[in-house]
Design a protein around this ligand. Structure first.
Ligand code: SF4
Length: 376
């Protein structure tokens, strides 16, 4: 069982907080689609048993692809890979792309899940982040997608955006609930140095993110969404019953995946492969039948730390017995005192061999995981 990720590295405009790999110059879009198709053909042996349970188009902005481009990519996938009949097939889309014609086209493809980059339903915040869509486009496209039969919808929201109070954030959450969204990924606004916001912070044009303000909004969100029937099954992900993202869950459950496209990465248990994050270099290499990647072989301690990092953030938690069986690593022996302290403080809870973060622990997830890391 494995997953396929395809990175579409183009956007209409650069959001001021974004540090993903993308270009706003779309002149290479056709050449990129050809290269992606070629890489799909070249990578068929990367996964041991390439039976795909999930396919995910991420970016960038995959909704910038035309119907014929997406059709050609799907034709290649179905010709060269085995795809489960009930595979989850997700496409990331921005609201300004989801007009009636595009939604009709998408509904005729094997896509059965849309991930819509709403980020906020508040006009001023969209403008502040330099998003390409308006608040009403956000709301409208969700309704249109549902009318077209896309019931499995997830939206991205951002919290921690500067505002005198929490009213906008609470309104964003209540709008999402009113729209009958069944899955929400909510991320704290973070400011990376190489982004526009990062430069503005350096130039003192804007303030850094207020961590206390963001933490409060994180707590409010957990409370609000749980009351509305969502389960926080990963730190940043909330779903109604049965609506977990299968693709993302497979990352957290350490399943193997193949990443196609510039900057995409792949994982097969023993190593990670990172494709070059440069559109021209990627296309050129693929045209010469070479996959331009670097490989990182994971040491035992890196595999253990990966496992701790991903599983502790989820509802499934970290299985101490599995650590022992798979890597002969005794977490209690290495970090017993720390674990006892977290358990006593109510930051961790134990259910048999499973350790999970409690509600209070989720607020300190990064710190707790880092403390438990195996340092060699
Ligand atoms: S649309 Fe998405 S990938 Fe593109 S710049 Fe904005 S946040 Fe980044």
């Amino acid at each position: 069982m494995s997953g396929l990720y395809i990175h579409i590295p183009f956007c209409k405009q650069a959001c001021y907080y974004c540090d993903f790999h993308f270009s706003t110059n779309q002149t290479q879009k056709d050449a990129m689609v050809k290269a992606i198709i070629q890489e799909l053909k070249l990578q068929t042996s990367y996964l041991d048993k390439p039976h795909l349970e999930t396919i995910y188009f991420g970016g960038g902005t995959p909704s910038l692809l035309t119907y014929p481009q997406l059709t050609e990519i799907f034709d290649t996938i179905y010709s060269y890979y085995s795809v489960s009949s009930d595979a989850e097939i997700t496409l990331e889309a921005n609201p300004d792309d989801l007009d009636t014609k595009t939604l009709t086209n998408l509904s005729q493809l094997p896509i059965n899940r849309l991930s819509i980059g709403i980020q906020s339903f508040y006009e001023h915040h969209l403008h502040y982040m330099h998003r390409a869509h308006t608040a009403s486009e956000g709301e409208h496209c969700v309704k249109q997608a549902q009318d077209k039969g896309f019931q499995n919808l997830t939206i991205d929201l951002i919290y921690g955006i500067p505002h005198p109070d929490h009213s906008v954030w609470l309104n964003d959450l209540s709008k999402a609930i009113a729209l009958n969204i069944t899955h929400i990924s909510a991320y704290c606004l973070t400011i990376e140095p190489q982004t526009v916001f990062g430069k503005w912070v350096q130039q003192k044009k804007i303030n850094p993110v207020d961590e206390e303000f963001s933490a409060l909004q994180f707590e409010m969100m957990i409370q609000y969404l749980e009351t509305a029937g969502f389960e926080q099954y990963e730190i940043s992900n909330f779903a109604k019953e049965g609506m977990y993202a299968r693709h993302n869950s497979s990352y957290w459950l350490q399943k193997y995946y193949l990443g196609i496209g510039p900057s995409a990465h792949s994982y097969n248990g023993a190593s990670r492969q990172f494709n070059v994050a440069n559109n021209a270099a990627y296309i050129q290499a693929i045209n010469h039948q070479t996959i331009p990647y670097t490989i990182e072989t994971l040491s035992i301690s890196e595999q253990i730390n990966d496992y701790l990092l991903t599983t502790l953030r989820t509802r499934w938690g970290c299985n101490v017995e599995l650590l022992q069986q798979k890597w002969q690593y005794d977490l209690y022996k290495h970090s017993g005192l720390l674990l006892e302290e977290y358990l006593k403080k109510g930051l961790l809870q134990r259910e048999g061999s499973i350790l999970k973060l409690t509600k209070a622990g989720k607020l300190l997830a990064d710190e707790i995981t880092a403390e438990l890391f195996l340092i060699e």
